[in-house]
Design a protein around this ligand. Structure first.
Ligand SMILES: Nc1nc2c(c(=O)[nH]1)N[C@H]1C(S)=C(S)[C@@H](COP(=O)(O)OP(=O)(O)OC[C@H]3O[C@@H](n4cnc5c(=O)[nH]c(N)nc54)[C@H](O)[C@@H]3O)O[C@H]1N2
Ligand SMILES: Nc1nc2c(c(=O)[nH]1)N[C@H]1C(S)=C(S)[C@@H](COP(=O)(O)OP(=O)(O)OC[C@H]3O[C@@H](n4cnc5c(=O)[nH]c(N)nc54)[C@H](O)[C@@H]3O)O[C@H]1N2
Ligand SMILES: [Mo]
Length: 750
């Protein structure tokens, strides 16, 4: 067989891959005549295989897709029209360097915006260290703040635990006797390759699994003993109802609380109503959450008695109006039940986050292009010139992120539109876009459309003609996975993956670092980069001393961290607290936080509390827009990526899901085209009428491509046409807090 392959000129190369999904999987790539002709999944017989999902399999179709950008281009039509002409790399870089220099000289560095960079979560080419380095050396830029995925969860984990490394590895869940998937659907989201595999093993072992989710998800269908539908954004009320049951039935682990936590008594007073005369009984919680009081009691008793128990505190309920309170609350429940720092438990602060480098396990990596703390380049001068912003958590928020010059990612379109007059730090004239699809993925699409008309210059590095790319003045074609060397780390059990360059970039595509090299040179910046991409992979992978053998790693494309047991967060703090305090100011788990008390913000109280969410069922706006929209992940794509590929289009239609009751009330039939609208905009999308979602809630899958018609009606069905730019008190995005209405499309409206 091998010989046959040799004869046919096929070379087989092992490589990892990852594409912003939270997974990283391992492949044998069949390469012939400089082209990948087949991807074969991992065949490791000794370890659980790290097999890719449907999107991983479609990587090869993405690599050679006919709609890929292959040449640099210059805009010829109006912004947003998508009309371009091909130019040379020389001309493209000349124009970019000249425009950035002109704008810097005329308006100052703060008028140049660059930020985000989530489209790829790899360690060398992903995120934005390279372009940020260029721009810092160029005198600075306006950066952004806010983690789209988990700002609420990260903030809360830092308050309770002093760190966001507040989760056990997913392979530990085979040790759990109870798993509560709270807004978690790893069939779709992956969340560390093999997460589902371990959950299935747990289920085979007889572990009780509960799913709390407004949707009956595929994970619930495959795994759960019990599905508890909940009204979106009210989860904290259920947390309080559970706490009430545990306290009144004296089920809490008082020894654990006494030994490892501070402030439980203050929280207890709040839950029992001593603080505000409102006992947070399960009946009180039922009114808010729609979950029957008896069910809340049962889940509370389960969690307090079936041990060890892992409450997986999903990041999605945190992307709501007061999302941080949910994670503070679940972490408090984990402490009350003594499930922190033990096998089969979970700290329930930020239980998801298996995207390098935000894993449970702390990978020991060498310095990246920013040199850890921005190495030789120093802080961003634009951050330094500005005062600190109002909300930041000392000790958690990195120094540069506290700068008032930074714009919250959700407010970027507003900032471009209004600048200083709108209370922002500067007037913004240039936008440097790389690795992110602002228009499509951040609210609101229509506001973005207006904002981008105001800019004097916009350069976009992209692989496809995305909603954002259509607005570029200069469009630079970017190489794809397998066309450049890169590194990934993650997995349900931790490993490093070498994403190898196995073919030359098609057309004139260039890697992100190559593009930055060219730009740095044209801007006259010295010492921007002294390494090849492979040398970067080597420095980051080997620099922490964890990967023992570079040649072997290179050959095999993967290195699994040989842990004796699955990684358990805070094991040392629990086993030997005297020598291992929690990294909080008090050294204990902070159910009460003095840091927050000192902030004196009524909506960021020192103990977790429930607040009525805006754009929830008790918002007066519900009269006009009676449905709560959530915007979950979609299997056939990662955000906007992969969505044009025929293989994946066959899998699923991009439909909104709506309950039969709500559909009947509006005369909507399964499969029918409908309009979904609110004051921010209108989309057109087909409806799937189903019992798999709670009445009063609609699920509009996020990542659909924004396609405005001449009336700015979004025919692509992108939920960010309807989502709000308002962020939670700590800065969490609120993609699951939006009210809307659904109606049939009239004959004259088609
Ligand atoms: N309504 C709604 N909106 C959401 C969310 C939600 O739940 N609901 N979730 C939010 C979350 S958590 C996230 S992380 C964001 C994601 O938002 P984005 O990161 O903007 O989304 P992606 O589609 O993953 O990637 C953006 C672009 O990066 C490009 N890209 C990939 N690799 C490279 C590369 O190597 N170089 C360059 N230059 N480009 C590359 C892709 O082609 C893609 O067009 O979306 C957010 N938006
Ligand atoms: N296929 C695919 N996988 C992905 C991505 C992708 O775009 N596509 N994106 C990746 C990225 S960057 C991220 S950040 C992660 C995000 O991962 P998650 O945030 O976990 O993913 P979601 O699908 O948005 O939400 C998970 C579940 O939460 C439910 N939910 C929504 N609102 C609420 C609520 O208020 N309360 C409760 N209890 N449940 C709620 C949804 O119905 C959904 O089933 O996924 C990663 N994985
Ligand atoms: Mo994300």
């Amino acid at each position: 067989m091998e010989d046959n392959k040799k004869d046919s000129g096929v070379q087989i190369i092992r490589s990892a891959t990852a594409h912003h999904c939270g997974g990283c999987c391992v492949w044998k790539l069949h390469v012939k005549d400089g082209k990948i002709i087949r991807m074969e999944p991992d065949d490791d017989q000794e370890n659980p295989q790290l097999r890719g999902c449907l999107r991983g399999h479609a990587m090869v179709q993405r690599l050679y897709a006919p709609d890929r950008l292959n040449y640099p281009m210059k805009r010829t039509g109006p912004r947003g029209s998508g009309e371009f002409e091909r130019i040379s790399w020389d001309e493209a870089i000349d124009i970019t360097a000249a425009e950035l220099t002109r704008i810097k000289e005329k308006y100052g560095n703060s008028s140049i915006i660059c930020g985000g960079g989530t489209g790829d979560v790899t360690m060398v080419q992903g995120y934005g260290a390279h372009i940020e380095r260029v721009l810092r050396m160029f005198g600075g830029y306006t950066g952004t703040w806010g983690w789209p995925s988990w700002e609420a969860a990260t903030f809360a984990s830092h308050v309770n635990y002093g760190t966001h490394y507040a989760m056990n590895c997913r392979d530990d869940q085979i040790n759990s006797r109870l798993i509560i998937l709270w807004g978690v659907n790893p069939v779709t989201t992956i969340h560390g390759t093999n997460t589902m595999w371990y959950y299935e093993k747990a289920r085979e072992n007889g572990t009780k699994i509960i799913s709390i989710d407004p949707q009956y998800t595929s994970a619930a269908a495959l795994l759960a003993d019990q599905w508890i539908p909940i009204i979106p954004a009210t989860d904290t009320a259920m947390v309080m109802g559970m706490a009430h049951t545990i306290i009144t039935e004296e089920l809490q682990d008082q020894d654990f609380l006494d030994r490892y936590t501070i402030g439980f008594d203050v929280f207890k007073d709040y839950v029992l109503g001593k603080e505000d005369n409102v006992p947070k009984t399960p009946e009180w919680a039922e009114e808010r959450t729609g979950v029957a009081a008896d069910v809340i009691r049962q889940v509370a008793r389960d969690y307090a008695t079936i041990k060890p128990g892992a409450l997986i505190s999903g990041i999605s309920p945190g992307r709501t109006a007061f999302g941080e309170q949910f994670h503070r609350g679940t972490a408090t429940l984990a402490a009350m039940t003594g499930n922190v720092g033990i096998k089969g438990g979970d700290p329930a602060g930020r239980s998801l986050g298996d995207q390098a480098p935000f894993h449970a396990y702390r990978f020991k990596m060498g310095p990246s292009m920013m040199g850890g703390s921005y190495g030789d380049v120093g802080d961003n001068p634009v951050d330094k010139e500005a005062p600190t912003r109002e909300i930041y958590l000392p000790g958690y928020t990195p120094k540069d992120q506290r700068s008032y010059a930074r714009v919250h990612l959700n407010k970027l379109s507003d900032a471009i539109l209004h600048g200083k007059a709108g209370g922002y730090h500067a007037d913004y004239k240039a936008l440097v876009v790389l690795n992110i699809n602002y228009v499509n993925q951040f609210p609101s699409t229509i506001k973005w459309h207006k904002a981008l008309q105001k800019l004097e210059f916009m350069v976009v590095c992209e692989q496809f003609m995305t909603a954002t790319a259509r607005y570029a003045d200069i469009l630079l074609p970017t190489a794809e996975i397998f066309e450049k060397d890169d590194l990934i780390a993650g997995g349900a059990s931790p490993f490093y993956g070498f994403i190898k360059k196995v073919v030359e970039p098609f057309g004139e595509r260039k890697s992100q670092i190559d593009i930055c090299n060219l730009l740095a040179e044209r801007l006259g910046l010295k010492n921007f980069n002294d390494k090849t991409d492979e040398e970067w992979v080597k420095q980051i992978a080997m620099g922490g001393g964890e990967v023992p053998d570079w040649e072997k790693f290179k050959e095999e494309g993967i290195y699994r961290i040989p842990l004796k047991e699955p990684y358990v967060a805070f094991k040392e703090q629990i086993e030997d607290p005297e020598n291992n305090p929690f990294p909080t100011p008090s050294g204990k788990i902070e159910i009460y936080s003095k840091l927050l008390a000192d902030m004196n913000d009524p909506f960021l109280p020192p103990i977790p509390k429930y607040f009525e969410p805006w754009e929830g069922k008790n918002d007066p706006l519900i009269k006009k827009y009676p449905l709560q929209m959530i915007t979950p992940r979609f299997r056939r794509r990662t955000h906007t990526q992969f969505d044009t590929l025929p293989w994946l289009r066959e899998v699923q239609d991009n439909n909104m899901i709506i309950n039969t009751k709500d559909a009947d009330a509006r005369g909507i039939e399964n499969g029918q085209m409908v309009k979904v609208f609110n004051d921010r905009g209108e989309i057109r999308i087909r409806a799937t009428v189903t019992e798999r979602i709670l009445p009063g809630v609609i699920g509009v899958p996020q990542g659909a491509w924004f396609k405005p018609d001449e009336n700015m009606i979004d025919r692509g069905g992108c939920p960010n046409t309807l989502n709000s730019e308002r962020y939670s008190p700590c800065g969490s995005f609120t993609w699951n807090s939006a009210l809307a209405e659904v109606a049939k499309v009239g004959e004259d409206e088609k």
